[in-house]
Design a protein around this ligand. Structure first.
Ligand code: ADP
Ligand code: MG
Length: 559
């Protein structure tokens, strides 16, 4: 039999690909299962228009069989199979996707569930196998063929016996070398884990013979060995289900199953979008701050699925930093399976989804704030800081999104209030949103600077976190109202007459103030008469926009 050669550049491509596309070897199984699922889908779509075909869902499945003695792993499917030509064209030509061609041919039909389109997934098999054998019988054909390859060297095709329609892929798993072991790919447990991890939501059953021990019937404590065929995947993903079918408990157990956290999430957000970019997502606002949240180790991101197949555990591109606490997953039919991290950053679909998600999260938080203030406060205690950092860091686009979610302690309400709360009850003559900064609420309450504003009947927001004032400076205004520190020079409270009088008194007592300035030389830049003090004789104030508290933060920063 003559060996047919891959074309020269294909040969290089294959080597390159096998070694560089995938960061983890275990994804070979994901790729082969996806192909099997595609092959079954194709029969399904054919049956939609061909009356001579019936699609009985129960007779379609994927089976995984490991044989440790022979070191073989077999993936069997009852899909559409491949003719001799198709074996040659789809497996012999790298980066040629029969599935993409199928989708194009069947565009009028609803073929968008089919995963494949890049024509490279199959070769992932060579990451773990020395020899790959494909035995296939195509739908409507009487002959079956065997395709076999040891990788870059080429492949052979010959007729072969096969009774049923479908494909069998046999991997001869590599021998383990000193530093690298491949044995795990023959272990029942590992295989089950890989299937669960990547292919849990493949729509057809993925079966495996699972062996174990169980109590022998009719005996007290005798055990017996058994082997039974089990379906490993759960098939229908929760995110594809109808929201109305699902209970809070369902969402909560998914949260725990997925190890998003051990806590009870404050809120779940289930999104089904069927627009230009289709996607489903289930997102969670955790109930507690993850222990490493404010450390460098914390990695933000959502799980990313392409049509039910896991692509990535933590896709950072899907979440802005200020929502980094959000956990969950996104599944989109419009993403390719082989998408790499580099591509992700520029991917239009991913960008679209990310933007969409941010808006949804914001709206959900806003409605939580409105409808369940207590829960919102719980959330805000854990993650409010993150929102403030968001406002501070990337002011342009986040301002609109985040300003409504901020809350600060109010001098009047003695609790957290939103900026909207504040502005909506401002007396008509009040020009500014007043705030005071300090280490703690108690300290701020004692500040002489707050007296005059309070006396005027105005509410003051207490800024007790370093970031507060910085964030507010970025906002500048809320609902066209400017923010004003109670310790700034001009509070905008004194009437013109008062101001004039202060000026006159200041000039009349010039000598006294000059003397004070001399005594305090190097400590203060000026000494001025103030009308804002009530029960305190003196207070510190700043010139310009940087307040004393900000100065403290700035001077504490490393150069
Ligand atoms: P993709 O899935 O992105 O198209 P692959 O390299 O995974 O690329 O597969 C290449 C092609 O080989 C597929 O498009 C399909 O036409 C064919 N193929 C692979 N596996 C099977 C299978 N189990 N049954 C039928 N056809 C298959
Ligand atoms: Mg594929």
């Amino acid at each position: 039999m003559t060996k047919k050669q891959f074309k020269a550049e294909s040969k290089r491509l294959l080597e390159m690909m096998i070694n560089s596309i995938y960061s983890q070897r275990e994804v070979f199984l994901r790729e082969l299962i996806s192909n099997a699922s595609d092959a079954i889908d194709k029969i399904y779509y054919k049956a939609l228009t061909d009356d001579s075909l019936t699609f009985n869902k129960d007779s379609y499945y994927i089976k995984i069989t490991a044989n440790k003695e022979n070191r073989t792993l077999t993936i069997t499917d009852t899909g559409i199979g491949m003719t001799k030509d198709e074996l040659e064209n789809n497996l012999g030509v790298i980066a040629k996707s029969g599935s993409l061609a199928f989708k194009k041919e069947n565009e009028s039909k609803d073929g968008h569930d089919i995963i494949g389109q890049f024509g490279v997934g199959f070769y992932a098999a060579f990451m773990v196998a020395d020899v790959v054998t494909v035995i296939s019988k195509a739908l409507g054909s009487d002959e079956a063929y065997k395709w076999e390859s040891e990788g870059a060297e080429g492949y052979t095709i010959e007729p072969h016996e096969k009774d049923t329609i479908g494909t069998e892929i046999i991997l001869k798993i590599k021998e383990s070398a000193e530093e690298e072991s491949y044995d795990e790919f023959l272990e029942e447990y590992t295989l089950k884990t890989i299937i669960k991890k990547y292919s849990d939501f493949i729509r057809y059953p993925i079966k495996m013979d699972v062996s174990g021990q169980r109590p022998k019937e009719g005996t007290e404590d005798e055990l017996e060995e058994y082997t039974e065929e089990q379906v490993i995947n759960s098939m229908v993903p929760i995110w594809r289900k109808n929201k109305s079918e699902l209970t809070d408990e369902d969402y909560e157990s998914f949260y725990h199953e997925k190890h998003y956290g051990f806590d009870k999430p404050i809120k779940h957000i289930h999104i089904n979008v069927d627009g230009t970019v289709r996607y489903n997502a289930i997102l969670y606002i955790p109930g507690q701050t993850p222990f490493d949240f404010y450390s460098k180790e914390y990695e933000k991101g959502l799980e990313l699925y392409s049509n039910g197949v896991l692509i990535m555990n933590k896709c950072a591109e899907l979440l802005p930093d200020y929502f980094s606490f959000v956990k969950g997953m996104v599944d989109s039919e419009d993403l390719s399976l082989n998408i790499s991290r580099e591509i992700l950053q520029q991917d239009r679909q991913v960008k679209f989804i990310a933007k969409n998600i941010s808006k949804k999260i914001k709206n959900e938080l806003k409605s939580l704030m409105k409808n369940d203030r207590e829960k919102y406060e719980e959330f805000y205690k854990s993650f409010g800081r993150q929102l403030k950092f968001g406002v501070y860091n990337d002011f342009g686009s986040n301002k609109e999104l985040l300003q409504d979610l901020l809350m600060f302690y109010s001098s009047k309400e003695k609790k957290l209030v939103s900026l909207d709360d504040y502005v909506s009850r401002m007396p008509e003559d009040q020009k500014y949103i007043y705030y005071a900064t300090g280490e703690s609420i108690e300290r701020i309450e004692k500040l002489p600077q707050t007296e005059m504003v309070s006396e005027k009947g105005y509410e003051i927001l207490y800024f007790t976190e370093d970031i507060d004032e910085f964030a507010i400076k970025m906002l500048m205004t809320y609902n066209e109202k400017e923010f004003k520190s109670v310790s700034s020079g001009d509070l905008g409270i004194e009437s013109e007459e008062d101001q004039k009088q202060t000026e006159t008194e200041q000039t009349e007592n010039k000598d006294l103030f000059d003397l004070m300035k001399e005594v305090l030389a190097g400590k203060v830049s000026d000494v001025k008469l103030s009308k804002r003090l009530k029960s305190h004789p003196v207070c510190l104030s700043t010139v310009g926009e940087v307040t004393i508290e900000m100065e403290k933060v700035l001077s504490a920063m490393p150069d």
